[in-house]
Write a protein that binds this ligand. Structure first.
Ligand code: SF4
Ligand code: SF4
Length: 491
């Protein structure tokens, strides 16, 4: 081992993090003291290859997140979840309430993918792609480091009495946090109501948009509270995914794990101690420097094993790799590994559980694709007008009045013509034969169908009506035509 001593290492670094007690970690949270009061986490700045990859990944995700509301595919938003007006767009595909089944299957595909991913790779989603972690660690935390310094400087500032310097730092930080929360809140709002409407709210007379402005303020306050105060508590207490992940991981799941076989028995590295001397005294590679603990944004010690609070952010891997480099031991004392990999040296396996989940996912994707590709551009509903009976025309024919609803799911206007498919008769669309359904809108009108009595076989005749656009059949809808009750109909 190289001349690196943890005896000499400044233990103020350790004191910056949790006063970790390996005996009672199961009995209490790292972020709460014995009385249940919040214990503020001051994670130390981290550097290393995993952090670099995470940074690149976060740039990409942040660009997608903030540009998303303004990106259009075929004129439709990349993602829109307008629950108020019940309009949804995913990857430029407009979904309507009538597409609820497709939407539900899409959600099942998403959830199953997360389950499979978690079964194979643990909570990688949390540490690498979750917007909460990306924004916290890659935006807000970096601003905090820039203004208040690294962990021990932050703690010193918090412990110091109020002064002009402290007030200036805190004011600058919280002003930036609040401004960023405003941007994030507006971004979320634009995913709900659309970017055009958001711009209208911002530029129009505020009195016309009191509801929208209230949501803007609410979202801003929520995000400010999360990033300025709640932080890791959101992952530990609020996010349901973190709570049920333990039901998905097993001994073959790859997680951020400490190789206790190699690391134990842990003990400080003394100056000029050789590897042989260390091994002969029963010590492993862990020099008990606590660097993995001081960088952890959730304040845990990964050496206690996989814990609910761990978001797989890999900060402890980078910290430990740096220590291993210094003491001249191989990297990977903390690494991505499964329990079986550490205990038995097994490689990552595709388990029967994963196979089962994958089969379910494949089936769901097939259903989703089938529904998506058989989905029509126009969704038609043709129902008899409520309360209306049949009428007799002057030339003895029977008439029924219908209510027609057409939902255009595309971003182009669609001209529509209707035709009776299975029965001879006349079909008249009120307000003109050529009905144009505006893009992304619902058109509603009345339809009059007239049929000669000798064509009718029963009191209720089943009708098939073809919905055409420029001669192309879009879909066929079924409805019922009501005639007179007397048995003379059709004879
Ligand atoms: S234990 Fe390691 S991977 Fe887990 S949250 Fe803490 S630093 Fe991140
Ligand atoms: S696991 Fe690595 S970083 Fe953590 S205390 Fe041991 S040597 Fe230090």
């Amino acid at each position: 081992m190289k001349a690196f001593s943890t005896d000499d290492q400044k233990h103020d670094e350790h004191s910056v993090a949790q006063k970790f007690d390996s005996e009672d970690f199961r009995d209490r949270l790292a972020t709460a003291d014995k009385d249940g009061r919040r214990r503020w986490i001051y994670p130390k700045k981290v550097n290393g290859r995993w952090f670099r990859w995470r940074t690149y990944m976060s740039w990409m995700l942040l660009a997608i997140m903030f540009a998303g509301p303004f990106v259009r595919i075929n004129g439709n938003p990349l993602l829109l979840v307008n629950v108020v007006e019940r309009r949804f767009s995913i990857l430029g595909q407009i979904f309507w309430p009538q597409d609820a089944v497709i939407f539900a299957v899409a959600m099942l595909v998403f959830l199953t993918s997360i389950i499979i991913f978690t079964t194979a790779f643990g909570r990688l989603w949390c540490g690498w792609t979750c917007p909460q972690t990306v924004l916290m660690e890659m935006v807000f935390r970096k601003i905090e480091y820039f203004i208040e310094g690294d962990a021990h400087q932050q703690r010193a500032l918090d412990d110091a009495p109020w002064s002009a310097r402290k007030a200036a730092k805190k004011l600058t930080k919280h002003t930036l946090f609040f401004s960023l929360s405003f941007v994030i809140g507006n971004t979320l709002l634009s995913y709900i109501i659309g970017s055009e409407q958001l711009i209208q709210i911002i530029t129009d007379d505020p009195r016309n948009h009191l509801g929208g402005l209230s949501f803007m303020l609410l979202f801003t306050l929520v995000f400010y509270a999360i990033f300025a105060r709640f932080r890791e508590q959101a992952c530990t207490f609020i996010c349901p995914y973190g709570r049920f992940q333990s039901t998905m991981i097993d001994e073959n799941t790859m997680v951020v794990a400490y190789d206790h076989k190699r690391g134990e028995k842990r003990g400080p590295l003394h100056r000029n101690q050789t590897l042989e001397q260390r091994q002969s005294s029963g010590l492993g590679d862990c020099v008990n420097c606590h660097q993995c603990v001081v960088v952890c944004p959730t304040g845990i010690d990964i050496r206690n094993g996989t814990q609910m609070e761990c978001v797989n952010c890999t900060a402890c891997i980078d910290a430990c790799d740096a220590v291993m480099d210094k003491v001249g031991r191989p990297r990977g004392l903390i690494r991505f590994a499964s329990h079986n990999n550490i205990e038995r040296g097994e490689r990552q396996r595709f388990t029967s559980r994963m196979m089962g989940y994958t089969a379910v996912l494949a089936a769901l994707i097939s259903v989703f694709l089938f529904l998506l590709f058989t989905r029509t551009d126009v969704e038609t509903t043709l129902l008899r007008a409520p309360g209306a009976l049949f009428m007799k025309t002057a030339d003895g024919n029977i008439e029924n009045l219908y209510t027609l609803k057409l939902a255009n799911k595309t971003s182009r206007d669609i001209p529509v013509q209707l035709k009776l498919e299975n029965v001879e008769g006349k079909l008249q669309v009120m307000g003109g034969r050529d009905l144009v359904v505006p893009k992304e809108k619902l058109a509603e009108t009345s339809v009059l169908i007239e049929i000669a009595p000798n064509v009718l076989r029963n009191r209720n005749t089943k009708l098939k009506v073809g919905v055409y656009s420029n001669g192309k059949l879009l879909e066929t809808v079924n409805t019922v035509f009501v005639g007179p009750r007397d048995g003379s109909v059709g004879k």
